[in-house]
Write a protein that binds this ligand. Structure first.
Ligand SMILES: Nc1ncnc2c1ncn2[C@@H]1O[C@H](COP(=O)(O)OP(=O)(O)OP(=O)(O)O)[C@@H](O)[C@H]1O
Length: 250
């Protein structure tokens, strides 16, 4: 199974610049920075509540930052209409958010018809091709409830990829899965990364971060405290907070 040919659009570079965000008195992001090269994969790690999901959500403007900016190929996402932005920046959540009353195929064709204005036949063709790439061609006519959690998450990935995004965001995409189902989803994500998709992956899977990421960013209390190549982060972490975190999770 390879997702290489899913990258049908040009990927872009991504930069998060000095993003601040408070929920009331709770300063969740306090000047966060992140750089992802075109076609690169950044894994964001860090303790619970450090702002990882919130940072991810500011990238596609599910949450508007109070200040700072997010740049795709050097251009501010704040200039985009949010709906147009979300076509360029696909997102996969911990909970798969599939429509339970629709078949797998329809879950994917819905957005293709509404947003891309494809005909039913065209949309079905794209959807079947994406399902094939995540190894689920045989499940096109099933309902989500008849799929395992891992299969549902692969459908959610196929649905996001069908819109031909230039960046993919993964928010703890495997955290809700039974351990034996994690590998298949991580495999799809690793293939996508190898195929040149620009990706930001919030994850507790340190093995994935070590093997797949170009950059690992450690978040703590609303800032990226340390970022670098996986070998540097995991083998010679500089910041005491990162050392402490790694000693707890590895
Ligand atoms: N919509 C919201 N309204 C108010 N507070 C929020 C909201 N979303 C997140 N928070 C708060 O922001 C802080 C950071 O949350 P966030 O989900 O970004 O952390 P995280 O690093 O992803 O944690 P985890 O690993 O547990 O998912 C937490 O204190 C959380 O309670």
């Amino acid at each position: 199974m390879t997702a290489t040919s899913t990258v049908t659009t040009t990927s872009v570079s991504l930069a998060v610049r000095d993003v601040h965000l408070a929920f009331g008195a709770n300063k969740v992001l306090r000047g966060a920075h992140l750089d992802v090269a075109r076609g690169g994969t950044a894994c964001v790690i860090g303790p619970s509540g450090s702002g990882k999901s919130t940072l991810l959500r500011t990238i596609n403007r599910l949450i508007e930052p109070d200040s700072g900016d997010v740049l795709l190929d050097g251009r501010s996402v704040l200039r985009h209409d949010p709906d147009a932005l979300r076509q360029r920046v696909g997102m996969v959540f911990q909970q798969f958010n599939l429509f339970p009353h629709m078949t797998v195929l329809r879950n994917i064709t819905l957005a293709l018809r509404k947003i891309k204005k494809l005909s039913e036949d065209e949309a079905a063709q794209v959807a079947r091709a994406q399902l094939d790439l995540v190894g689920l061609a045989a499940k096109a006519d099933s309902r989500p409830a008849h799929l395992s959690g891992g299969q549902q998450q692969r459908v959610a990935i196929a649905r996001a990829l069908a819109l031909q995004p230039q960046v993919m965001l993964f928010d703890e995409a495997t955290s809700a899965l039974d351990p034996e189902l994690v590998k298949g989803v991580l495999g799809v994500m690793a293939d996508l990364s190898a195929g040149g998709m620009t990706m930001v992956v919030v994850t507790h899977e340190m093995g994935f971060a070590r093997e797949v990421a170009d950059t690992v960013a450690f978040m703590d209390r609303g800032v990226v405290l340390e970022a670098g190549e996986p070998a540097a982060i995991f083998e010679s972490p500089e910041h005491p907070r990162l050392r402490q975190f790694l000693s707890q999770v590895l």
